[in-house]
Design a protein around this ligand. Structure first.
Ligand code: BGC
Length: 261
């Protein structure tokens, strides 16, 4: 007698249950953190405690890096990520209340561009925009005394904090440093390519020697993609930070809206 197939068992499908308010609080609000850089646009979604929920995504910064081109690239980048309830952006220039004033390594069209409003239109979420080094620092500072962040990437980012309070838009990058050269001319990406790693590292050393006795920061944090190329022993109060801090700091821009546990 041929074997009979066992009758198919109906698999019980659980009816979808609405999340309790407590469960919703545990998973939201999520922050979309964006870092606009001279060579790459990076994005990551952070959970309600500020931890990365996914892998960081990166695309090349379009050239010419006009607001229109960068917004189109960000739109495509954001689509690859999960949901979020709010947006933080680090921008490589002077930013006032979400309006970009300068962007030395992007394009002149960023002068007086309301990036906050444009991203709000795109995402339908509240948006906060700050200078990129400013955001980076929020991911690493201790919140005690004078702390300074220097980022070494396409440009030289600089951010200053006093007891955890950010002093916005300190553009040390464009201050004259060496003859007619500025700090950024001396340690930016173009200088690295021109003089090579060894000499560039010496330049960074000189920049630190110049900064320390003037600003007397309790701590200096070095970030940005090129910081890992430094080949001298750092002074005790100076540390190299992880590049992902540039995105993790985006969480702190919302600390006034902290979630109660
Ligand atoms: C800009 C800064 C920015 C830095 C790093 C400089 O050219 O003036 O605002 O933080 O580059 O992106």
């Amino acid at each position: 007698m041929p074997k009979q197939a066992a009758p198919k068992q109906a698999v019980p499908v659980p009816s979808p249950r609405k999340k309790t308010p407590r469960e919703t609080r545990a998973t939201t609000p999520r922050t979309l953190a964006i870092d606009i850089g001279g060579s790459g646009l990076k994005a990551l979604v952070l959970g309600p405690q500020g931890k990365a929920l996914d892998e960081r995504q990166r695309v090349k910064t379009p050239r010419p890096a006009t607001p229109k081109a960068v917004l189109a690239a960000l739109h495509a980048l954001i689509k690859t990520l999960g949901d979020f309830e709010r947006v933080s952006v680090g921008f490589p220039g002077v930013v006032d209340d979400g309006v970009t004033r300068t962007a030395p390594n992007l394009h002149p069209d960023w002068a007086d561009f309301d990036l906050g409003a444009e991203l709000h239109k795109m995402t339908k979420r509240p948006v906060r925009v700050l200078n990129d080094a400013g955001v980076q620092g929020f991911g690493v500072i201790e919140g005690k005394g004078v702390e300074m962040v220097l980022t070494l990437g396409t440009g030289m980012g600089c951010a200053l904090y006093v007891d955890g309070k950010y002093v916005p838009n300190l553009e040390l990058a464009h201050h004259p440093f060496h003859g007619k050269k500025t700090y950024e001319d001396y340690v930016g990406q173009a200088a690295l390519e021109r003089v090579g790693k060894k000499k560039w590292s010496k330049h960074v050393h000189k920049v630190l020697e110049q900064i320390q006795p003037i600003w007397n920061p309790r701590r200096i944090y070095l970030g940005g993609g090129n910081a890992r190329l430094i080949d001298f022993e750092l002074p005790k109060n100076v540390t190299v930070t992880d590049n992902v801090a540039g995105l993790l700091g985006g969480f702190a821009l919302w600390k006034d809206e902290a979630v109660d546990e």
